[in-house]
Ligand binder design. Structure first.
Ligand code: ADP
Ligand code: MG
Length: 223
């Protein structure tokens, strides 16, 4: 279970203080898929960053099982993310100087496994997303949809329990986006993985078991 309790996020820019999140509480069960809807600028990415331990709240807490994500320091959060978290971004965020295979192998190597073990796992994941024939391609030699499939392989390669996706189809055309979404849902459905999906697309959101909406820094249930 991932539990967020009364999250506030305030940022200061010069003499201006912006309250982005104003007391958000949320519980996500193992195996659950949840969509977070909201207008551009409503705080969706900020919330996802807090839930995934990429950033810390101004107040409130995030807990996963027995681990206090929001209290941990950056090193402890990085270790936790390496074991428990996969992240898919709108803009793919692949490393341009690494091949598809090496992009996917990297998180496994960072987790301490040998290079050959990491490559074997990366190959397996790239086959799952249908890119077994693109191993030596660099990101710029791949289409947007292919790059996002590499990013999905990378997100799943450490077998995380929490899969975060921030507008994963936002940079893709309709049918390519549908294929990428299909992959995300099928790969999280296989085990007890939770999918936390941020989108402004209601049709994509409603493919999740639960939909919430963020508005003016607060969360409301949609379904
Ligand atoms: N580090 C930051 N400093 C200042 N303002 C920020 C920062 N991060 C986000 N914001 C502001 O907070 C609001 C929410 O941002 P974001 O979470 O990216 O929204 P969304 O993902 O829903 O489009 C926006 O108005 C944005 O400009
Ligand atoms: Mg965003």
């Amino acid at each position: 279970m991932l539990i967020a309790d009364t999250l506030f996020k305030t940022v200061t820019l010069g003499d201006q203080t912006i309250e982005i999140l104003k007391g958000i509480s949320l519980e996500i069960k193992p195996g659950e898929s949840i969509a977070i809807l909201g207008a551009s600028g409503s705080g969706k990415s900020t919330l996802l960053g807090l839930l995934a331990g990429l950033d810390t709240p101004s107040s409130g807490s995030v807990r996963h099982k027995t681990f206090s994500v929001s209290d941990a320091d950056e090193d402890a959060r990085a270790l936790w993310r390496g074991n428990e978290v996969g992240f898919v971004f709108q803009s793919f965020q692949l490393l341009p100087s690494l091949t598809a295979l090496d992009n996917v192998a990297l998180p496994v190597q960072l987790a301490g496994m040998t290079a050959s073990e990491a490559k074997a796992r990366a190959l397996n994941q790239l086959n799952r997303v249908g890119l077994g024939q693109r191993l030596a391609h660099f990101p710029k030699q791949l289409s947007g949809g292919e790059q996002q499939r590499v990013a999905i392989a990378r997100a799943f390669v450490t077998e995380p329990n929490l899969l975060f996706a921030d507008e994963p189809t936002g940079n893709l055309d309709g049918s390519t986006g549908d294929h990428v979404a299909d992959l995300l849902f099928s790969m999280t459905a296989a085990h007890d993985k939770s999918l936390i999906l941020v989108t402004h697309d209601p049709a994509l959101a409603h493919r999740c078991q639960r939909v919430v909406r963020i508005d003016k820094g607060l969360l409301e249930a949609v379904t």
